[in-house]
Design a protein around this ligand. Structure first.
Ligand code: SF4
Ligand code: SF4
Length: 102
């Protein structure tokens, strides 16, 4: 099993498969932890309202604002934890929070 395979964790991973004490065993592995399962609220992006100002991008603590060709393309729900910071900073109300699973 590769080191990459060992560190995949999501909302359904049993505690027995996590590292002792939750220690980080290698660098650059955050993308393998699917922390989106922790989310209680979900950001909903309205592409029509979005003016591509990119203010949401640097404030996301989980690097979950997806960007392509210098434009916002969506939200990475595998890693977004639903903190709502992107919705709070968006000056055009292009992101709204709603309960997960609504
Ligand atoms: S802050 Fe709002 S308008 Fe600006 S890129 Fe993000 S979603 Fe679009
Ligand atoms: S809700 Fe929080 S984690 Fe999710 S995209 Fe917005 S700022 Fe990032």
């Amino acid at each position: 099993m590769s080191n990459k395979d060992k560190c995949i964790v999501d909302a359904y991973t049993p505690w027995q498969k996590t590292t002792p004490g939750g220690i980080v065993t290698s660098t650059g592995n955050a993308k393998h932890y699917l922390t989106g399962g922790w989310r209680a609220d979900k950001p909903i992006w309205n592409e029509e309202k979005c003016k591509q100002c990119m203010l949401c991008f640097p404030v996301c603590p989980d690097s979950s604002i997806e960007v392509e060709d210098k434009k916002m393309k969506g939200i990475d729900f595998d890693h977004c934890k639903g903190c709502g910071v992107c919705a709070a900073v968006c000056p055009f109300n292009a992101i709204e929070m709603e309960p997960e699973g609504k």
